[in-house]
Ligand binder design. Structure first.
Ligand code: TXA
Ligand code: MG
Length: 317
């Protein structure tokens, strides 16, 4: 595996690999993706193999613009038009019916998940390759998503090439919205908050699980355990009053307020967007430090924290 800069030479090598039905990791504004020609069964199979991803979990397809997205859809609803105009390029994935002539992207669904990423390198790669790129997060299945090229290297050492575009600015995956239901349905809370989405679509259906424990289960990929570091993660209401007997040492804390007296600490911002941007990098650092347990201060039960609470609750199982 090699990490290369996103200059002309690096892009050329990446395009060659993609045209050759191999895979390339590339930066997006959310997390790094493991890219493959979306309609090459061979390339897509390589993504599943490298990630050890369950075969029932479909992949998001990245395209350079709205016209390219429409070409993959059987129907392009008005809501898709309006959302795309407002939020693309950006961290919003739309699930629509897949055009009948196109094969499935990994998993056997009649739908397709599409987004236009807001990262210069990703857009350059899409344009230079002229391919729709399936790209899940570039990490082993269930592990922590990568927000730097180094994270990709450590999680997936067998990927032939990583384009280095610096740290991902959002640091958390895109919001996935299903437009095949009468009311748009949130499949995965993510970088883009619900409030601005509702201003465009009106009501958004939140699956029961989102409402009750901050986790969205109906997206096929949303298995309970996900985004998990090697250490055991414990979500608590107050990091200062935890009984630490019986916990695997060293015991670390991940919080947005006070650190308390722990062996290691990551104190993130109390602003949900800034917290999200640092979360995966903090979990990677704690794993690298070899901690046994991570005590996590549970964030507030408000919509602004929905995506962060979702990821933390999965990391904790
Ligand atoms: O921010 C992101 O979305 C990143 C970057 C690389 O773009 N990608 C990403 O991909 O997070 P992945 O594979 O880790 O997550 C894709 C999510 C999964 O929950 C999957 O089940 C869902 O999108 N998904 C993909 N295709 C779908 C479909 N046709 N219907 C419903 N859900 C779908
Ligand atoms: Mg992922």
């Amino acid at each position: 595996m090699t990490i290369v800069g996103p200059d002309a030479g690096g892009l050329r090598r990446a395009v060659e690999l993609l045209r050759d039905e191999s895979v390339v990791a590339f930066p997006t504004e959310t997390v790094y993706g493991l890219g493959a020609h979306a309609f090459s069964a061979k390339a897509v199979a390589e993504v599943y193999r490298l990630k050890n991803r369950p075969s029932w979990n479909p992949l998001i397809v990245h395209v350079a613009n709205v016209a390219a997205a429409r070409a993959l859809a059987h129907e392009w609803p008005d809501a898709a038009n309006e959302l795309a105009a407002q939020f693309w390029p950006g961290p919003l994935t739309l699930v629509v019916e897949r055009a009948k002539h196109l094969p499935q992207v990994g998993a056997p669904t009649p739908t397709i998940a599409i987004r236009v990423p807001a990262h210069e390198v990703a857009l350059k790669l899409l344009e230079a390759s002229n391919l729709p790129l399936a790209a899940p997060s570039a990490n082993r299945s269930e592990g922590i998503s990568p927000t730097t090229a180094e994270h990709v290297l450590r999680s997936l050492p067998d990927v032939p090439l990583v384009l280095d575009g610096g740290p991902a600015s959002w640091g958390i995956e895109s919001t996935v919205l299903d437009l095949t239901t009468p009311t748009p349905t949130l499949l995965r809370p993510g970088a883009l908050a619900l409030r601005p989405l509702r201003e465009v679509t009106g009501a958004i259906a939140l699956p029961e699980a989102v409402v009750t424990d901050g986790t969205a289960r109906p997206s096929p990929g949303m298995s309970r355990r996900h985004y998990a570091p090697k250490a055991t993660v414990l979500l608590v209401d107050d990091v200062k009053t935890v009984d630490r007997s019986g916990l695997a040492a060293p015991v670390a804390v991940l919080s947005y307020e006070t650190a308390g007296d722990y062996d290691a600490a990551e104190v993130l911002s109390a602003d949900p967007r800034e917290y999200a941007a640092d979360l995966y990098a903090a979990l990677h650092r704690l794993d690298d430090a070899g901690v046994g347990t991570i005590i996590v201060q549970r964030p507030p039960d408000t919509e602004d924290w929905l995506a962060v609470r979702d990821r933390l609750s999965r990391a904790a199982r």
